[in-house]
Design a protein around this ligand. Structure first.
Ligand code: SAH
Length: 226
């Protein structure tokens, strides 16, 4: 790592701190995970700035502040089993993987998923299981084995009206789920806590802009031009 790279990382962490991120473990993960390696070459120069960037197929890597705020709100412990919907380039997944026991992550674009998996391999992150599927249906049984319930769930694409039922069902009682909800232009980041099989508390955290949650696995050509 050269001096310029170290300085950029430190500047981002100071920026996040100033914007209100106080959790030292989250800040440490944001400093260590190389965001510049997750973004396309054309935008590498901006990788350490606090802004969202394009990652292909019309999708975006979230702004670092939003990644840090969502991660902090989940209050992860190193015993937690976490479900993530919307792997994208895998940056948020890598941050989670540093702070919990295991991450199960789902992406509907196969090409984005395979690029993300290569990054996990390259960075030596071994506590991630990634699949291509429709995450609105929750984590599927694989060879008859179910992974639910999860201690925490994080959704990085927006639900139009409310969180998918399957995701609330796969959350452990006492667990928390963070998800953007609302139509384009009017989305709020919401934190759900599951109090019993029927009861949830909900807190609005902040207004956000995410791409929408979409059904089914994407066709190989969907979003190709973007
Ligand atoms: N956390 C990502 C952000 C990616 S943007 C990152 O750090 O890069 C949101 C992602 O959610 C997109 O890649 C999009 O393809 C994916 N997505 C949208 N609907 C989905 C669904 N139903 N299941 C799985 N992934 C979905």
């Amino acid at each position: 790592m050269n001096t310029q790279d170290i300085n950029r990382r430190i500047r981002l962490v100071m920026d996040l701190r100033r914007k209100g991120i106080g959790d030292a473990r989250v800040l440490g993960a944001m400093e260590r995970v190389p965001r510049d390696e997750f973004v396309p070459a054309a935008v590498k120069d901006q990788a350490w700035d606090d802004m969202a960037l394009p990652i292909g197929r019309g999708q975006t890597i979230s702004q670092p502040y939003v990644v840090a705020a969502m991660t902090e709100a989940l209050q992860l412990s190193d015993r937690d089993k976490v479900l993530e919907i919307g792997t994208g380039c895998g940056y948020q997944t890598a941050i989670l993987a540093k702070l919990c026991r295991r991450v199960y992550t789902i992406e509907r674009h196969k090409i984005l998923l395979s690029r993300a998996e290569k990054m996990f391999e390259k960075l030596g992150l071994r506590n991630i299981t990634a699949i291509a599927a429709d995450g609105m249906l929750g984590w599927p049984k694989i060879n008859g084995i179910s992974q639910a319930p999860f201690d925490k769930i994080i959704v990085t694409a927006a639900a139009r009206e409310k969180p998918p039922r399957a995701l609330l069902d796969q959350l452990k009682i006492g667990g928390a789920m963070i998800i953007p909800v609302g139509p384009s232009g009017d989305q709020w980041l919401k934190l759900y806590k599951k109090e019993s099989d029927e009861a949830y508390s909900v807190r609005d955290l902040m207004p956000v802009r995410f791409v929408p949650l979409l059904p089914d696995i994407a066709s190989d050509s969907e979003g190709e031009a973007a």
